[in-house]
Design a protein around this ligand. Sequence first.
Ligand SMILES: Nc1ncnc2c1ncn2[C@@H]1O[C@H](COP(=O)(O)OP(=O)(O)OP(=O)(O)O)[C@@H](O)[C@H]1O
Length: 556
Amino acid sequence: MFRSTVITSRFYSQVSHITTPIYYPNAKPHLGHLYSSLMSDVFHRWQLLQGNESLFTTGTDEHGLKIQLASHKNGYKTPKEFVDRLYEDFIQVDKAFGIQYTRFIRTTDPDHTENVSKLWKLCHENGYIYKGEHKGWYSVSDETFYPESKVIKDSSSPGKYLNTETNNEVVYHSENNYFFRLSQFRNKLITYIKEHPSFIYPETKKTQILNELQNNPLQDLSISRPEFRLKWGISVPGDESQKIYVWFDALCNYLTSIGGVDAILDNKSNAKLLHKTSEIQMPREWWVNTTHVIGKDIIKFHTIYWPSFLMAAGLPLPRQVVVHSHWICNGTKMSKSLGNVVDPLLMRNCYGSDAVRWFLLENSQLEEDGDFQEDKLFHLTELFASKWGNLINRCCGSKFNLHRAVQFYAAEKNPLKIHSNDTLQKDMDSLLGELEKFPDFMSEKIANFQVASALRQAWSIINEANAFMQNSKPWTRQKTEQDAIIYTCMEASRILAITCQPVIPELANKFLDRIDVMKKNRSASFAKVNMDSNYGIGSNNKGRKVPIQRVSKRHT
Ligand SMILES: Nc1ncnc2c1ncn2[C@@H]1O[C@H](COP(=O)(O)OP(=O)(O)OP(=O)(O)O)[C@@H](O)[C@H]1O
């Protein structure tokens, strides 16, 4: 399921690999899944726009008891038939929203199952896995054992118990399992996190995990389940009576997707592990430049369990784990199990994929839960049409000549001047100044996964350009001043559209098409004032289509 063919890493400092969590295909994806994928997609597209090399992997976590039970409940003959049907829903959402992954990994892919066994064997050979008896409170829904201290009686159902972390039901169990010596990693993790202060991001999440590690000893972790209870999983190497715990299996996807354990250890491409058409050279370089984007619900698995598994296997750790907050609905986390979800496909059909993409990024903050409001999404589509679309329509009106303006100011490099009006000159200089700063501002925000403020800044520039157009009345002015105004406003649109391509790939390109920016002039290096001296050729011709249509609000 690779999309590209040969992936090289010529500039090691400029390679990056970004991942989403692999999602559990036990029900259709919702807006929360799209959000994690979108954050990763924007980061990946940004790297490509800069001419850097980037890999982006996402996928589905297809083993485990929850899938086994859901498949049975939904009347499927086997869990494989069930996941074969449901993973397509995730691909469909990715396609609908232009999520441009380089690999969609499924944990049932043969290279993955082989790779999980390898990781297990390494941890075992290094003495970090042993067999023992496991007693405790188990939640089927969370596939996790909880300590006694986190178990309470369910006040609404006598005889039932709940865990205090997720509020899901727990039952008391005793069984033989394999254990991972997690307890041995507490100090190693504390040291690593302190020495690599950006490993867990944002800062508050780093502090949370450090506090947790400093205040609580780590218990060894049960990493297998008896086959009679969990049929749908990867067998423990050398012991068919046990299946590997779903988190050990799932987390390993991040290694599989760029070549697997052996390839990373040897730092050689391992064609055998990969799909035949693709090859990743120097996989270790990609691995150490890997960023995991995750929701805060799975922070423990990615910042405690996963680094410990890697250390146990003698593998290096990824660069960073970026933890985002949740989209909530009716006061609680939007989740498949609760069903309190917003269907991304429905929103796309009503408002378009790019509007949803921009909306999710502009209305979210890494550290605060977000509330989805359809009214706001609709309002955004109005802004695209009435502010950005309208600015382009006006400058591309038949009274003006954008190409002439581009030639005069970009090609011939004449100074942009409005004579005898200091206020307008100031407005123009301010707009050009904002434009010069915008791409770097966006770059910094994308690197910090805080795109909202950059998108708000884009609106501020569009508003400034609209006000400048209105106040300067280009239709009343002589040619060179008229051209200076039209040119400045369309430089705003051009630079913003190039820079915002990773966020609104379709719409940005429609805007660029409308002002006849050549395809080869849409990379990051062109996002500078006066950088393109050859656009706008047919933009003021009569009969050109508007780049964006208004949409109606959905009746709810
Ligand atoms: N409400 C949400 N807001 C933001 N991200 C979410 C949300 N729900 C899921 N995600 C993303 O999906 C990941 C979890 O995937 P999962 O398939 O377990 O979703 P889920 O809806 O929580 O499922 P379930 O209800 O079955 O536990 C999160 O870590 C996050 O990346």
